[in-house]
Design a protein around this ligand. Structure first.
Ligand SMILES: Cc1cc2nc3c(=O)[nH]c(=O)nc-3n(C[C@H](O)[C@H](O)[C@H](O)COP(=O)(O)O)c2cc1C
Length: 438
């Protein structure tokens, strides 16, 4: 039997992927938008809907970055509301292990799992920047190693709390008047957390909610291999995906885990058309909407760490090099390429080779995995990627909110079902069943 594909829907948050200026774009905050996308994902039998988290508005050169879509409601509140308008779809929320406390996160995610009948997932992120940390009591004091140390102990502690009630602790015997046999006591003593008491909720419908991890360094991959059910990655192209897949799956054995215990789901965008040419033409239009001239200059400034506002986005790259010693100009966005001079060198070579303007270069350099084509072609390509171990499935990132997923659910999913690589209907009720019992 071919590998079964996992699918998730990313509710677009900030990022220039989202084309908010399109006439069909709706609110990023109204519940109606979340409801629309969740219902679409459930109609398409998706595994889960996914919310990212950013706890400070991004800034560029001292101003709010308004090319990003501003505004992000609280994750667990949104997911709790979605649990009432869906019945099978998994509900995945990102909550930082750097800016929260284990007791509070354990309680929120456990509550969601209870409310939704076993559909909750927690995406553990370490949130890299001190800039965001300024919003919190302890500020951005954690170095990378310390963030992952905290994340590991954070997750261990949360799992201890989730497991603290025995499976048969809840009795509810009205005749005998016995409500619980024994409430869940916990004691956790470690370098990061020293807490004890009773956890306020019994074991959840899933036993333990699903744990997702998003973080790319060696520490991040090791953390995922040891503890996560799913990795949300940015390695969506075929070769890059395969390299990431091999690297991460190889790490599992050291923790006594097998290949199927950890699912790899990269972010991916898609553009559909009635013909292949139409889809490519539409994809091009979208890229130009996503990278407007001002956005292109901002991207360049992020790498160059210099004011480049005098440059023409339709002209050539600046002759000057990035300033390696300058403070970053962009705050609140994860910068994956750490060496600015090296990135600039690569970008220059690419621009020269293909004769690209600044805007064209940014479009070329920042385009992530895109599945482009007719619905049938896209279904085949997605399937080829999964069968050739570039991924176990994808977290789809539509460029329109909230209707951007509709076409995929209605037109691509049926082809995947015909290929026998995606469920015709849900066979289980919990997210754990969707992900692991096929
Ligand atoms: C695909 C991906 C998605 C991420 N999403 C978020 C997010 O929604 N919120 C957040 O605070 N951090 C997010 N992060 C940041 C990571 O949790 C982590 O702090 C960062 O990537 C630095 O760690 P690393 O060097 O291990 O990648 C994301 C990272 C990746 C790779």
């Amino acid at each position: 039997m071919p590998k079964q594909i996992k699918l998730a829907a990313h509710f677009p948050g900030v990022n220039n992927t989202t084309v908010w200026s399109d006439p069909r774009s709706g609110s990023q905050i109204d519940f109606a938008s979340f409801e629309h996308m969740a219902r679409t994902a459930e109609r398409g039998k998706f595994d889960f809907i996914f919310l990212a988290e950013g706890l400070r508005l991004r800034e560029h050169a001292g101003k709010i970055l308004d090319s990003d879509v501003v505004g992000r409601p609280n994750t667990t509140t949104v997911l709790a509301a979605l649990s009432a308008v869906t019945s099978r779809l998994g509900l995945a929320g990102t909550l930082s292990s750097t800016f929260n406390e284990p007791y509070e996160v354990a309680r929120q995610v456990s509550t969601l799992d209870h409310l939704s009948g076993g559909r909750a997932a927690w995406n553990v992120v370490t949130s890299p920047d001190a800039f965001t940390g300024q919003n919190f009591r302890r500020g951005g004091f954690l170095k990378r190693e310390d963030r992952y140390q905290r994340a590991e102990e954070f997750l261990t502690t949360v799992r201890e709390l989730w497991d603290s009630w025995a499976p048969d602790a809840f009795v509810g015997d009205k005749k005998q008047g016995v409500f619980v046999r024994e409430v869940g006591r916990f004691v956790h003593s470690g370098p990061q957390f020293d807490i004890e008491g009773e956890f306020t909720l019994p074991r959840t419908p899933q036993g333990q909610p699903i744990v997702i991890q998003a973080g790319d360094s060696d520490e991040g991959r090791e953390f995922a291999a040891k503890s996560a059910d799913v990795i949300f990655s940015r390695h969506g192209t075929l070769e890059d995906g395969q390299a990431f897949f091999t690297d991460v799956k190889r790490r599992l054995a050291a923790y006594g885990r097998s290949y199927e215990d950890l699912l790899i789901m990269p972010a991916a965008t898609f553009v559909l058309g009635d013909t292949e040419e139409e889809a490519h033409e539409y994809a091009r239009e979208i890229r130009y909407q996503q990278v407007r001239p001002a956005t292109a200059i901002q991207f360049l400034e992020q790498v160059w760490r210099r004011d480049l506002s005098e440059y023409d986005a339709d002209g050539p790259l600046p002759e000057v090099d990035p300033d390696p010693d300058a403070e970053p100009l962009t705050w609140g966005r994860v910068q994956h390429d750490k060496d600015n001079l090296e990135t600039a060198r690569k970008w220059r070579a690419l621009a020269e080779e293909k004769k690209l303007s600044i805007r064209e270069l940014v479009i070329e350099a920042t385009t992530r995995q895109q599945f482009i084509g007719t619905p049938q072609q896209v279904a085949h390509t997605v399937n080829d990627y999964v069968q050739s171990d570039a991924a176990d499935g994808f977290v789809l990132v539509p460029h329109l909110t909230p209707g951007g997923l509709d076409e995929f659910a209605d037109k691509v999913v049926p082809h995947l079902q015909e290929l026998g690589v995606f469920r015709a209907d849900y066979t289980g009720n919990t997210l754990r069943e969707h992900l692991f019992s096929q």
